[in-house]
Ligand binder design. Structure first.
Ligand code: AHG
Ligand code: MN
Ligand code: MN
Length: 321
């Protein structure tokens, strides 16, 4: 029988990667692990809650008001972090402002608690994305400055994909490792050690409905993908599209348009964490001209165009095919 390594064993083992570490980061990852299992459970019964149990007045059997899964996931991740203590403040897609814990924690976290929310009701893969930074301000409370660090300052990043199986993929800057949840024992097991993305690929992922709003260079690149008979794959959940392309080789593009020059995706909790992971896996991420991890954020919820995936495909897209 092959050796089984659980995520908790792996986290403890890898603590040695950080000389002098206090174990805060490890216990934070442990908090994410638990939140991931709970969201996974809720995601698996989302259809049941909405269509059967909650049909009358949006109340579940206990008479509790139903929450949308993205609000549920947001509250859960925040609660887990608040209890755990290593994080002093969080910036989430679901909160306009920074959420402070006032606990002296050394880290700040940015997160998209539920990515792909339009796919919840239709039983398609969704995810969670997170980024961890060391706090740099020294006052009593975290400040905006702590969150506006460039992506290159991340100390860890990861995502959870709630798909045909639930996977947690993360990096602390020493490669990327993926863990699959075995629901029969409720444990994440190392299934994808040392993930590397192919240098080239044959998948392009873009919302082609926006094609005529893209720049001529991007249109030309998409055209060249088709001429090479590449495969078009677009789920509409960034995490799931990214995860597939990471494993198989491909590019995900969400370019800017005339009306939305910065595209749709958010720098702090979508582009940056995935850019960190893709680089750790040997891939590349840019906004069309600049490396994502070098962008200097100016606001919490700022958007940026995203070209991410296999190195040679991202390079080709930047050149316009
Ligand atoms: P979220 O559900 O967190 O708001 O993110 C949705 C994002 C991303 O996951 C996805 O790739 C993209 O929106 C899809 O956008 P389009 O529907 O415009 O293609
Ligand atoms: Mn999202
Ligand atoms: Mn979201």
């Amino acid at each position: 029988m092959p050796e089984i390594k659980t995520l908790s064993e792996f986290i403890v083992e890898r603590q040695a990667d950080f000389p002098g570490s206090t174990g805060d980061l490890s216990s934070l990852l442990t908090a994410f692990r638990l939140a991931a299992k709970i969201v996974s459970r809720e995601a698996n019964k989302a259809g049941l809650m909405a269509d059967i149990l909650g049909a009358a007045g949006n109340e579940n059997v206990q008479g509790e008001q139903q929450q949308k899964l993205d609000v549920y996931a947001n509250n859960l991740f925040i609660r887990m972090m608040r209890t755990q203590g290593a994080v002093c403040a969080v910036a989430s897609e679901e909160n306009d402002d920074i959420v402070h814990f006032d606990n002296g924690g050394r880290y700040v976290v940015t997160m998209d608690p539920l990515d792909g929310s339009s796919n919840i009701d239709v039983n398609v893969s969704i995810g969670t994305i997170f980024s961890i930074y060391q706090r740099i301000s020294t006052g009593p409370k975290a400040t905006l400055e702590d969150f506006l660090q460039p992506g290159s300052a991340q100390v860890a990043a990861g995502y959870i994909v709630y798909g045909s199986s639930t996977m947690l993929v993360y990096s602390t800057g020493h490669g990327v490792n993926g863990f699959t949840l075995d629901p029969s024992i409720g444990t994440f097991c190392l299934s994808h050690p040392g993930m590397q993305t192919p240098v080239d690929g044959t998948i392009f992922s873009v919302n082609e409905g926006n094609l005529y709003d893209f720049s001529p260079g991007v249109q030309h690149y998409i055209d060249s993908c088709k001429k090479q008979k590449m495969s078009a794959r677009y789920i509409g959940s960034l995490v799931a599209d990214f995860h597939r392309n990471l494993l198989k080789g491909g590019i995900y593009l969400y370019p800017g348009t005339q009306n939305a020059p910065k595209g749709k995706l958010r720098l702090l909790y979508e582009a940056n964490p995935l850019a960190y992971l893709v680089e750790q896996a040997g891939g590349m991420a840019t906004d069309g001209t600049t490396r994502i991890l070098e962008l200097k954020p100016t606001e919490l919820h700022q958007r940026c165009p995203l070209f991410i995936g296999s190195r040679s495909m991202v390079e080709a897209a930047m050149k316009g095919g």
